[in-house]
Design a protein around this ligand. Structure first.
Ligand code: ARG
Ligand code: ASP
Length: 720
């Protein structure tokens, strides 16, 4: 049997992926000259200069980082911006209440006046990028300690950044690429008045919910619409009612032409983190040891929330965003571990490492040291295991109670209350701050859910953590409650003033500094302190020591890999900088005899419909529109309304909301997810299994136009 499996996996290499081109990689926009020939062979009609240029407007001027972790693109001369529904989710939720439930019902501004401001939400354009490696590494020597090296790099980077920002309103930063082997300066412009224009109801924007998340076939209309505002000089400004729609340097034309299998696709976005060059020890640690623990802990929290949200509509509004946040990476990790096992990822890395070791041992002179890299990795990852396990329990269990985070926000007030130097005014201002935090916290809080989760998480820590990393609160629980955790948690929720909004507001009303002691002594605050102290005092410093040793070794390993394979074109791991990724529209085979087609249609929404399951409820209006097949110009040549499609683009978190373009540089879809079988692409991309999931732009326009009647928005765009 074993033999047979090996045989299958070898053969599959030849039978499945017939593509002539490598799709793996996230490329640096200013270095596309190296890829452009291949991209053009695959179907790109643009030049590298059309994609990134500092001399003329180019694609990059239409792309932004949306908020902290997503991508967005401009699609009109009036600053109209598209991103995912799940990227706008927090904003939509903040504008929602039982009376105006925009999450459930959707929202569409009818005019500029109805576009809603969002303090704190920014979008960031990239103005330019520059290789500054020589300047950043000036004065760095091979025999330097890691500490001195970092100090020199920090100082040099600061000089580079200061120079770039001087006399401008730009924000600049320097980022390391290829694990510290190359450095780029990135100059950005941040817009701060971003208004919410519209979003479909969750039944469309989150259709399939967490059940379909990370899965193909998919029928989610995962989009939301915003607008960038600027001052009267078209410059970034904080919100003012006098601001006007921003006139972008470039905005994306939209194609209604669709795509065929094999067509070129290009994604320009903001990928967060990948780890393609890790040694086998790391991949094994992450997928076999760490992921399962995190998955188990998250599963317990999700079960509690799911149970409560099923029974109550208010609770569902309050906890939907929290549930999505926990569940997203829970599911991702399950897919990642499975994918690595299925692809024999650890073994493949080990086999490669044998070759690497043989090569390294053949070297002499300065490079002779390469032969010690892998043994050192092995030792370091061995040392990291207990500490990372403790970190996982503290973060995923200890910090899981919602009261943990909330009580942390009392930190400043407690500190200031005990400090005679704090003026009465400052104290009053801080009290008001905490009051604000409290109001937004209680808006979405159910103590019963939190109590159940707290109990479960404390039990997990108690039963599974190495004793030496256990927060000291457990010694007190052992003594006072004879180790009975439910009894401790009941006591906690009975006594703490953080639990109950009425008590908490009453306590903060005419707050005096002598109340600081009471706040500090509160059992929830004490729990927070115990966990935070353990984490900050024991885990962080030790973790840092190992991480820093691993990082510097990874830098050398990366360099060695590039020397070993001088003809291979390496791409740097994602590091939250703008990248260009490309591939082609392609189906895939997740299992023997199973093929997943490369697009889905609106008929599939009706197939999935199930009014008894929240995630699969389809509203009557949408159902009628689909049943009538009245798709107009949004239909494909096949007469169907396409909803989503997949391609071989190598993508990761942060690329959500990113535009997917055809060979002409026209927008054909919005990236929003990956297939479950391919989520291991953050550790190891496999062209047979890894696909990115894209919302078809024609479905987006259909919803905007025919479903929502927001034709005034459709008319702003350049639709071809
Ligand atoms: N998996 C996608 C990404 O990582 C979408 C997540 C949001 N959707 C959800 N159902 N939780 O961001
Ligand atoms: N859904 C992800 C995001 O939000 C994209 C991915 O991980 O593929 O960026």
């Amino acid at each position: 049997m074993k033999k047979l499996i090996t045989l299958v996996s070898i053969c599959s290499l030849f039978t499945y992926h017939l593509s002539l081109f490598a799709d793996e990689g996230m490329w640096i926009p200013i270095l596309l000259n190296k890829n452009i020939e291949q991209m053009q062979k695959m179907g790109l009609k643009l030049t590298a200069e059309d994609i990134y240029s500092i001399n003329q407007s180019s694609l990059k001027d239409a792309i932004v980082r949306f908020g902290r972790g997503c991508t967005g693109e401009l699609v009109s001369p009036k600053g109209l911006l598209l991103t995912n529904h799940h990227c706008g989710y927090g904003v939509i939720q903040r504008h929602s209440s039982l009376e105006h439930d925009y999450l459930t019902d959707g929202y569409w501004a009818q005019s500029l006046d109805e576009e809603l401001p969002n303090p704190g939400l920014n979008v960031t354009f990239m103005i330019r990028m520059e290789d500054v490696t020589d300047r950043v590494l000036e004065g760095v020597t091979p025999d330097m300690s890691e500490q001195s090296r970092s100090a020199v790099i920090k100082k040099n980077s600061k000089a580079v950044v200061d120079e770039a920002e001087k006399d401008t309103h730009y924000d600049a930063y320097v980022r390391s690429f290829y694990h510290g082997n190359q450095y780029f300066l990135i100059v950005t412009e941040i817009f701060k008045d971003i208004r919410f224009v519209g979003a479909p109801p969750s039944g469309i924007g989150k259709f399939g919910g967490d059940t379909d998340n990370w899965m193909w076939p998919r029928h989610t209309g995962d989009f939301s619409v915003f607008r960038v505002y600027a001052d009267s000089n078209n410059q970034p400004a904080v919100y003012s009612k006098d601001n006007v729609p921003y006139k972008p340097k470039y905005y994306l034309p939209i194609s209604l032409g669709g795509y065929n299998e094999g067509d070129f696709t290009l994604l320009f976005g903001n990928p967060g983190r990948t780890h393609e060059y890790l040694p086998s020890f790391a991949v094994e640690l992450i997928t076999i040891k760490e992921n399962p623990v995190k998955i188990g802990l998250r599963q317990k929290r999700l079960d509690v929330i799911k149970n409560a949200t099923m029974k109550n509509r208010l609770v569902r509004i309050q906890y939907s965003s929290k549930h999505a946040r926990i569940s997203n990476y829970w599911k991702k990790m399950i897919g990642e571990t499975r994918g690595i096992k299925r692809a024999d990822g650890v073994v493949k890395k080990q086999e490669f490492e044998k070759k690497f070791q043989a090569w390294a041992e053949s070297l002499d002179g300065d490079q002779a040291g390469y032969a010690t890299i892998l043994p050192q990795f092995k030792k370091l990852y061995g040392e990291r295991y207990p500490i990372s396990l403790a970190a996982i329990y503290l973060r995923e269990a200890g910090m899981a109670p919602e009261l943990y985070r909330f009580s942390r926000s009392a930190n400043n007030l407690i500190k200031q209350s005990g400090d005679k130097k704090t003026s009465d005014e400052a104290l009053a201002a801080e009290t008001e701050n905490l009051m604000k935090t409290a109001r937004s916290f209680y808006k979405n809080y159910q103590p019963a859910i939190d109590r159940e989760i707290t109990t479960l998480m404390m039990e997990e820590m108690w039963n599974n953590m190495y004793k030496e990393y256990m927060p000291d609160i457990f010694a007190r629980i052992a003594k006072k409650h004879k180790g009975d955790i439910p009894a401790y948690v009941d006591d906690l929720f009975r006594k703490s003033i953080f639990v109950d909004s009425t008590r908490f507001y009453a306590f903060l009303d005419n707050y005096k500094r002598n109340k600081g002691k009471k706040l500090r002594a509160d059992p929830v605050y004490q729990l927070f302190l115990s966990i935070a102290n353990r984490y900050n005092q024991d885990i962080i410093p030790e973790g840092r020591r190992i991480t820093s040793a691993i990082d510097s070794l990874q830098r050398i390993y990366m360099l060695a890999l590039m020397k070993m394979q001088p003809d291979k074109q390496f791409y740097p791991d994602a590091n939250s900088t703008m990248r260009v990724c490309y591939g082609q529209v392609d189906d895939f085979h997740p299992a023997d005899a199973v093929t997943y087609e490369y697009f889905t249609t609106a008929q599939g929404i009706l197939e999935k419909e199930d009014s008894t399951i929240y995630d699969y409820a389809v509203e009557k209006r949408l159902k009628d529109l689909i049943s009538a097949c009245n798709y107009g110009r949004y239909a494909d040549d096949d007469g169907q309304l396409h909803v989503g499609f997949i391609s071989t683009i190598h993508s990761t978190g942060g690329n959500s909301g990113a535009p997917v373009l055809n060979g002409e540089g026209e927008l054909i879809g919005i990236n929003f997810d990956r297939n479950w079988e391919g989520t291991m692409s953050d550790l190891m991309y496999d062209p047979d299994q890894c696909r990115n999931i894209i919302l078809d732009i024609r479905y987006l326009l259909f919803i905007m136009d025919k479903y929502a009647g927001a034709t005034w928005l459709v008319e702003e765009m350049d639709i071809r």
